[in-house]
Design a protein. Structure first.
Length: 309
């Protein structure tokens, strides 16, 4: 097969070690193979960098092993052409399997161009991706804490959720703050706290706030409330950071929002996950396949087998 990368390296990356196989041409036209093992501490990664430079390596390939490939990629990407491959697609042939064999196999595949490059966005998009994913987690945590408070209220027979459609709206939050501060809510508190259309339900709201909450339940509610305040503050800071990272992509960000159903958060997530350079995905079919939205085929002897998630 035609050699595309004469001086290349394959890496088998683990949590504590990295096995590296370097393939280089010798003077008589043969392939010279040299394998070394490095640690994963930062100083070891820079030792790896220097060794690869001394071998005049131009191209590197590694499997996308968990998150362990990321620090290796971050250090090497500015010096070599680094390919991160789907581990499933570069499996070795059955037989004796060792880390050395895996690294050599990856190097051989890379040498003749048989490794398909995984999509790795630029550093600023990777940072945006981290922020968007963290925001999603924070929103999930916030929803869970709100559900816990509603559960504790119901256990204490406080029926705020029965009367108010949004327990954490303006009026609901005012009532909850009164409850957390004083331990109870009376008619005067309801009169002072309730805003808007809920004022038509003043009487039933006063009745709904009379419960049998124990000191233990009140402590749990206060704990959840403190966490909610922390999460809301964290989300506010995340929104500012996401907005700053989106500044170079403002045109694409606003264009995506013209699609029906695409909100600001969805537009930011789309840019973070797939970037704005669609050359990474030559066709819409490949993009949908990469996103896991394309149905797969499992057919044998003319019969389609059921795909179970």
């Amino acid at each position: 097969m035609e050699v595309l990368h004469a001086r290349c390296a394959g890496m088998d990356v683990h949590k504590e070690t990295i096995v590296v196989c370097v393939l280089t041409p010798s003077e008589d036209g043969q392939i010279e193979s040299e394998t070394r093992t490095f640690g994963t501490m930062t100083k070891h990664l820079f030792e790896l960098l220097k060794w690869l430079e001394s071998k005049s390596v131009t191209h590197i390939a590694m499997e996308s092993t968990g998150i362990y490939w990321k620090p290796v990629y971050n250090i090497l990407e500015g010096y070599f052409d680094v390919t991160v491959a789907n581990a499933y697609r570069i499996k070795n042939v059955p037989g004796r399997k060792t880390d050395v064999c895996d690294a050599e196999w990856i190097a051989k595949l890379l040498r003749v161009g048989l490794i398909e490059r995984s999509f790795i966005p630029s550093e600023d998009l990777r940072e945006l991706r981290d922020l968007c994913r963290l925001r999603k987690k924070r929103i999930g945590n916030l929803t869970a804490e709100k559900n816990r408070i509603q559960k504790y209220l119901e256990c204490g027979n406080v029926k705020l959720g029965t009367v108010a459609s949004d327990v954490f709206g303006v009026s609901g939050r005012n009532l909850l703050e009164k409850l957390i501060t004083k331990g109870y809510v009376d008619a005067d508190d309801v009169e002072e706290s309730v805003k808007g259309r809920l004022r038509k339900k003043m009487g039933i709201l006063s009745d709904s706030m009379v419960g049998t909450i124990t000191p233990h339940q009140m402590d749990l509610i206060r704990d959840c409330w403190g966490h909610i305040e922390y999460l809301e503050n964290s989300l506010s800071q995340l929104e500012e950071k996401i907005d700053a990272h989106l500044a170079p992509y403002r045109e694409e960000y606003e264009l995506l929002q013209t699609i029906p159903g695409v909100s600001e958060a969805t537009a930011a997530a789309l840019i973070a996950e797939i970037g704005v350079d669609m050359e990474q995905f030559p066709s819409a079919d490949q993009l949908s396949s990469w996103a896991g939205l394309a149905p797969g085929n499992n057919e044998s002897a003319g019969k389609k087998k059921v795909q179970r998630a």
